[in-house]
Write a protein that binds this ligand. Structure first.
Ligand SMILES: [Zn+2]
Length: 139
């Protein structure tokens, strides 16, 4: 059986070649790819991204408000009495005002105390520095 002998001989010689120089290299380079390459960008990305503290959705990074709620959670904000809220800047330069979303009446307690609840989490709503409203978990 010349064929079988040849195959066995070929396999043996290939094995021998791999064992000495081939095998360690293919084993090492994928590991370098897995740890070295993605590790660095991952590290940078995890520092750059910011997540909503309520639902963990990725939000736009904001160094000033590193824990602000995402838009979805912000719209679910309710007053202490359970009524839905809407927030406004009272003027072009800022200011904070809350109204009840169900009948558009002023939510005076919220406007005064800034305390809202999102999914049962006590939060603080306030005017953002550059306009708009920012909601963050209460300290
Ligand atoms: Zn959210």
């Amino acid at each position: 059986m010349p064929t079988a002998t040849n195959t066995a001989a070929t396999l043996a010689s290939m094995k021998g070649a791999e064992g000495t120089s081939g095998s360690p290299e293919p084993a090492r380079s994928p590991m370098e790819c897995a740890t070295g390459h993605p590790a660095a960008p991952d590290k940078i990305r995890s520092m750059a991204i910011q997540r909503c503290p309520i639902c963990r959705t990725e939000v736009r990074t904001n160094p000033r408000y590193p824990d602000h709620l995402c838009q979805d959670c912000a719209t679910r904000a309710i007053a202490a009495d359970g009524r839905p809220l809407k927030f406004f800047n009272t003027s072009a330069t800022g200011g904070f005002e809350a109204i009840y979303a169900d009948d558009n009446t002023p939510a005076e307690a919220v406007t005064r105390d800034h305390v809202v609840f999102v999914d049962g989490v006590r939060c603080v709503a306030n005017e953002a520095r550059f306009g708009g409203i920012v909601i963050r978990p209460a300290p």
